[in-house]
Design a protein around this ligand. Structure first.
Ligand SMILES: [Zn+2]
Length: 367
C-alpha cells in the first residue's frame, strides 16, 4: 500500500522538502541565518528553525510569543529584510505597513488585523528578479549605442523584458517594484542610451515618466535650440509654404481659417522630431510685410504618446532606420506594457515661437 505523505514546500523558495521543519528547507534555513546575520545555533539545539524564529523575536523585543506568532513574525521580518535590501522608495509605504504589522504581533495579538498580506515566496522571487535586473543594468555600460548593432541591442532589451510582466500588476508589492524597474529602464536604457543624442525625444519621454502615482505636467517648449531644429527642417519650411499658399493670399494668415483640415498635420523626417512629435499639428497666425516677408506666430501641438511608433519608421531617412526599427517593434511593445502599469503617461506638448521677417521660399515645393 502506498503511503501518502503530505508534501511540505519551503515558504521561501517553494521547493518541496522532507525535513522536520515547519517553514524552510535546509538550504533556505541556512541562508536565512546569514541573510539576517544571526550566528549559527548551538549544537545542542534540536530545532534550528524555531531557534532562528526565537532569535528574531528577541531582536524585535518580543519575549513571550507562542510558536505560531514566532513563525508569523519571522516571515514578516524576512520579507522586510529583503525589501530593505532593494533600494526603491516606491516600496516605502509597504515597508511601513510590514513594520506596523510586526509591531502589532504580541502575546495578545490573536485578533489583530494585518494591513498587508503577501507570500514570502513572492518576495523571494522578487528579490531574485531585482538582482537579475541590477546585473543586466550594470552590463549596459558595455554596449555601444552609438554604433548600434540592431541584433545586439534587441537581444539586450529582450533580456530585460521580464520586468514588463503584466501579471505582476495585481500584487501591490510586485507592482511597485516592477514599476520602479521599468522606470529605471526608460531612464537609463532609453533616455540615457538610445536617445542620448536625441534631445527633444529624451526630454518628452522623461516628462512622460511620472514618479509613482503622479501625473506628468503638460509641457510648453520654447527654447532656442529646439525651435531652431524645427524651423531649419525641410518639412517645416514646406509646411509653412503650403499653408501660406493656401490661406495667406490676402497678406494675412489666421489659423481659424484652416483649423479643421488635414493641412495642419506635420510629420517630420528627422528621427528626433518624428519620435517626439509624431501626431503634431501646426497653427500659424501672422501678417505679410511690405517686403514680402512674414511675421508669424506659430504653435505646434501634440499629445505625447510613447506607444505609437509602429508606423513611424517609413517616414525617417535611411541612416536612422535601425534606431526607428527598435522603437517601432521591441520598444513599442514594452511601452504598451509600461503604459498599462502607469509608468509611461500621456501629456500635451506645445511649442510656441515667433518668426520675424520670415522669408518664404518661392521655389516650387513638391509635397
Ligand atoms: Zn527553500
Amino acid at each position: 500500500m502506498e503511503k501518502k505523505i503530505e508534501e511540505k514546500r519551503c515558504v521561501l523558495c517553494n521547493k518541496p522538502y522532507s525535513y522536520k521543519y515547519s517553514m524552510f528547507g535546509r538550504v533556505c534555513l541556512d541562508n536565512m541565518y546569514s541573510l539576517l546575520r544571526i550566528s549559527k545555533s548551538p549544537r545542542f539545539i534540536w530545532n534550528k528553525e524555531l531557534y532562528l524564529c526565537t532569535r528574531i523575536a528577541w531582536r524585535n523585543h518580543k519575549l513571550f510569543l507562542n510558536r505560531n506568532q514566532k513563525y508569523n513574525l519571522t516571515q514578516k521580518y524576512i520579507a522586510l529584510s529583503y525589501l530593505n535590501k532593494m533600494e526603491c522608495n516606491f516600496l516605502d509605504d509597504i515597508k511601513e505597513q510590514i513594520k506596523n504589522d510586526i509591531n502589532n504581533i504580541s502575546i495578545f495579538s490573536k485578533n489583530v488585523i494585518e494591513t498587508i498580506s503577501f507570500s514570502l515566496n513572492d518576495i523571494y522571487k522578487l528579490y531574485n528578479y531585482w538582482q537579475k535586473f541590477n546585473d543586466l543594468i550594470a552590463n549596459f555600460q558595455n554596449i555601444n549605442w552609438k554604433e548600434l548593432d540592431e541584433k545586439l541591442a534587441k537581444e539586450f532589451i529582450e533580456k530585460l523584458s521580464f520586468i514588463f510582466d503584466e501579471t505582476k500588476m495585481s500584487n501591490p508589492i510586485l507592482y511597485r517594484a516592477f514599476y520602479w524597474m521599468q522606470y529605471q529602464f526608460w531612464q537609463i536604457i532609453v533616455i540615457g542610451g538610445l536617445l542620448a543624442d536625441m534631445k527633444l525625444s529624451a526630454r518628452l519621454l522623461n516628462n512622460s515618466l511620472a514618479p509613482f502615482r503622479k501625473e506628468p505636467d503638460d509641457l510648453i517648449i520654447d527654447d532656442e535650440e529646439t525651435i531652431n531644429s524645427i524651423t531649419e527642417s525641410k518639412i517645416f519650411k514646406e509646411k509653412i509654404h503650403e499653408i501660406l499658399n493656401n490661406y495667406g493670399k490676402e497678406g494675412k494668415i489666421n489659423s481659424q481659417d484652416y483649423e479643421n483640415t488635414d493641412i495642419k498635420v506635420i510629420k517630420f523626417e528627422d528621427a528626433d522630431l518624428l519620435l517626439a512629435l509624431h501626431k503634431a499639428t501646426i497653427l500659424i497666425n501672422g501678417i505679410k510685410n511690405e517686403d514680402n516677408t512674414w511675421n508669424l506666430d506659430i504653435e505646434i501641438n501634440d499629445t505625447y504618446d510613447f506607444t505609437e511608433f509602429k508606423s513611424l519608421k517609413e517616414y525617417v531617412d535611411e541612416k536612422e532606420k535601425i534606431l526607428m526599427d527598435i522603437f517601432a517593434t521591441t520598444l513599442n511593445n514594452l511601452g504598451v506594457a509600461s503604459s498599462k502599469y502607469g509608468v509611461i503617461k500621456i501629456f500635451d506638448v506645445k511649442l510656441i515661437f515667433h518668426l520675424d521677417s520670415y522669408k518664404v521660399d518661392e521655389m516650387k515645393v513638391i509635397i
